[in-house]
Design a protein around this ligand. Structure first.
Ligand code: NDP
Length: 507
């Protein structure tokens, strides 16, 4: 913050003598264009807003560190994970997904959980959510899915018909829908929820041997949710409750922390695994792949300036350091492109020069030059091409990901086992939830799905029925639906169900 004694100046350091009275022609006359201080002030104000994120627009962030607590060097050569006790600076941004920048923190929505590790091998971004799965598993569906969570093109209001029409025609969403409509869909705060990498990632060690991994940041504050009624009240009482909670906790010295647990599968284990490990709508059961504790994430520093650090923070799943690589998960593959693309749109091609995004411990040495807002020395007088013989930075072959086998015909392939889509959602309902969880889940669904057309209610309830008969029966009862119709729809293929409940057929 500027010292109180610092003189007030324009953006260009020119002293400002009066910031209260615009320059006019005569005491009561029009304002002069000669008042360049006024023009600069208005011109900057007019441009204060940058495009808000198309998803995850509302967020809060904090800095801290990640500490390694177990030896994982047999799995990965990532330097920041190389020694027990090693600490790495991080910046974390939490968010809701569908709402605009001014929307309420207590909306029912997944929560973003994005971690930027400032490692000595450059920035590593793990861009996760508070749920281990996602609604869809093919990126071609992503823009459509997000449209349905936003506003109706005609009314500009949120629309339960759009929301449920799409989900009920996308059966692989049932697992994530069940989590979202449990009370975990309205966490009490950002401190009281878990973070998951959600995708499967590849780790590889010094010898080039790889394994497949999933990240789980388990909250040390314990899971705490609020009910639908409490969330409704919170949205009007304090739309920024989670943002405020994070800031105030850290300001008081109550630093939130998370324990990082990893699920790790060798390629041999992966071959015989019951679930498609690259299908983001599925988890790896803990009983089959027990999580191992590898570290701790602590947030102990509030941003000094929200816009500088949180609004301009840009995370990209493509920022992977040696020892960590992408998997063939189709959603991850698309995210490798889409996040960087979005940041270029929002922040410009040199967004990596914004301090929160700059690699703190591994300065950029590339041949990229110029572009809007190139605020550093732009490579100075050094060469701007490779190869060169003038001492420019040279690639280091040890940073190359080990080659891997890819076979098969190019094509557009659906996932293999669509019937499996209901098993894990059913397990969650039957085995993990207690009676209160189930009652709240059904109430939460009914209060939202009840706003959609009846034919859409029936189609979606058929999916709950397919996950678990009792689950479907309870939702049908809560909505006053005819169970026989639900059961009949549950017995159909997805396409037949769509046709049987389409606007032109259903009466
Ligand atoms: P486990 O009994 O070993 O684990 C259950 C998991 O479910 C725990 O991680 C728990 O998280 C979490 N959980 C508890 N309540 C809810 C809820 N309302 N919504 C979402 N997650 C919840 O079982 P399995 O590993 O065999 O998995 C069974 C089901 O649990 C899965 O089908 C999935 O729906 C859910 N689940 C599984 C996870 C996994 O990675 N295996 C992760 C999260 C959910 P916590 O310990 O923090 O309370």
């Amino acid at each position: 913050m500027a010292d109180k004694a610092d003189p007030f100046s324009t953006a260009f350091g020119i002293p400002v003598g009066d910031d209260q009275n615009s320059m006019t022609a005569g005491e009561r006359g029009p304002v002069l264009i000669q008042d360049v201080h006024l023009l600069e002030k208005l011109g900057h104000f007019d441009r204060e807003r940058i495009p808000e994120r198309v998803v995850h627009a509302k967020g809060a962030g904090a800095g801290g560190y990640f500490e390694v607590t177990a030896d994982v060097t047999r799995f990965t050569k990532a330097k920041f994970l190389s020694t027990v006790g090693k600490k790495t600076d991080v910046f974390v941004r939490f968010s809701t997904v569908g709402g605009e920048k001014g929307s309420a923190d207590a909306e029912r929505d997944p929560r973003g959980f994005a971690v930027k590790f400032y490692t000595e091998d450059g920035n590593y971004d793990l861009v996760g959510n508070n749920t281990p799965v996602f609604f869809i598993r093919d990126p071609l569906k992503f823009p459509d899915f997000i449209h349905t969570q936003k506003r109706n093109p005609a009314t500009n209001c949120k629309d339960p018909d759009m929301f449920w029409d799409f989900l009920s025609l996308t059966p692989e969403s049932i697992h994530q829908v069940t989590i979202l409509f449990s009370d975990r869909g309205t966490p009490a705060s950002y401190r009281h929820m878990n973070g998951y990498g959600s995708h499967t990632f590849k780790w590889y060690n010094e010898a080039g041997k790889h394994c497949w991994v999933q990240y789980h940041f388990k909250t040390d504050q314990k899971i705490k949710n609020i009910t639908r009624e409490e969330a409704e009240a919170m949205r009007s009482k304090d739309p920024d409750h989670a943002t405020r909670d994070l800031f105030q906790s850290i300001a008081k010295g109550e630093f939130p922390s998370w324990t990082l647990e990893m699920q790790i599968l060798t390629p041999e284990q992966a071959k015989g695994f019951k679930w498609d490990i690259f299908d983001i709508t599925k988890i790896w059961p803990h009983s089959e792949v027990p999580p191992v504790t590898v570290g701790r994430l602590v947030l102990n520093r509030n941003p000094e300036n929200y816009f500088a650090e949180v609004e301009q923070a840009a995370f990209c799943p493509g920022n992977l350091v040696p020892g960590i690589a992408a998997s063939p998960d189709k959603m991850l593959q698309a995210r490798l492109f889409s996040y960087h693309d979005t940041h270029i749109h929002r922040l410009g091609p040199n967004y990596h020069l914004i301090p929160v995004n700059t690699p703190k411990h591994a300065p950029e040495h590339s041949y990229q030059r110029d572009g809007f807002m190139r605020t550093d020395a732009n490579g100075g007088s050094g060469p701007n091409y490779w190869p060169n013989s003038f001492g420019g930075p040279a690639p280091d072959a040890s940073a190359i990901e080990p080659s891997f086998d890819v076979t098969g015909d190019a094509g557009r392939f659906p996932f293999q086992f669509p019937n499996d889509d209901f098993i894990q959602a059913g397990n969650l309902y039957r085995k993990v939830m207690n009676e209160k969880d189930r009652a709240n889940l059904v109430g939460n669904i009914a209060s939202h799905l009840g706003g959609a057309h009846k034919r859409i209610q029936l189609r979606q309830t058929a999916l709950f029925f397919k996950a678990d008969r009792g689950y479907g029966e309870r939702v049908a009862a809560a909505l006053g639906l005819d169970l026989k119709q639900v059961e009949r729809l549950a017995g159909m293929s997805n396409d037949d169900r769509r046709i049987a409940t389409s606007e032109t057929v259903y009466t």
